[in-house]
Design a protein around this ligand. Sequence first.
Ligand code: SF4
Length: 348
Amino acid sequence: MPNTVSLKDISEKTPLFNREEEHNEKIPILDVQGLKKYYPVKKPFGQIRGEKRSVKAVDNVSFRLYEGETYGLVGESGCGKSTIGRTLLRLIEPTAGKAIYKNKDLFELTGENLREVRQELQMVFQDPYSSLNPRKRIGQTLEEPLTIHSIGTKKERTEIVMEILNKVGMQTDHYYRFPHELSGGQRQRIGLARSLVVNPKIIIADEPVSALDVSIQSQVINLLQELQEDLQLTYLFIAHDISIVRYISDRIGVMYLGNLVEEAPADSLLATPLHPYTQALLSAVPLPNPLVKKERIILKGEIPSPLSPPPGCVFHTRCPSAMNVCKMEAPEKKEMSSNHFVSCHLYR
Ligand code: SF4
């Protein structure tokens, strides 16, 4: 019988993969504190000489990820949720803040330390086609991360890739195919396989099903859930569609214009959404029974520019419940019930 190398073997050989670590669910696996990402604007129209302006893509966002959970980050396009994912992986550099992982600040790591941590934090991108190299066969694409992280021999890498292909529901002959020979759903499975091949602990899934047909979306979501259980993964699931986020998430964070405005366990958020923006998002989710009517909250106006966000509460220009104080003071984050946080002056 030939010697085969499995992900489990690799885990045991490599300290980074050790899943036997003592797990205390009260200790977050990732603790994001005061994350800011500002993009300086060089020559904005109407700029006063000497004035520095910036686009506030993410403004002072804090949240925690606990091992084995799915944290859903939801909000309109441009609210900064994808920027958070990319910043955590250091694909873009943060302006300020910390992201504590294994007692180290991800934003301070360099060189070999950063490379090692990147093995444990992986990303699944929205568009599976553009995230795969069209000139490389699937096998080559999947083996690349293993080569970068010096995992296994050539033969062992091939065996790991075959095992992962099997895990994501693909056939071993897909190893020899090119991306254009696969369907959208299959390509996203390959995107998922590429992130799993180095045996990560945290997957940042950035709109992983938005580009897929509705029928395929549920397959990929179910696959994500199966893999999470099987491989003890922690997900940061980023999406604009709250109906998908609520299906997969244990906890949900709602973002608006670079700010985290509400955060709660999924059940609590769905049963009692507190922030007017969350209420509007949830009112747009269709009910399975067409005979049951619910009031749809239509938000007026466009999302303001992050280059000049409104003073006070950033949502006040569209909020149906806005008060005078909302135009002047930014609301503080308050805990209204167990782990249910909201930033809104309605809850003083
Ligand atoms: Fe609306 Fe004011 Fe609450 Fe902002 S703080 S969401 S404007 S009520």
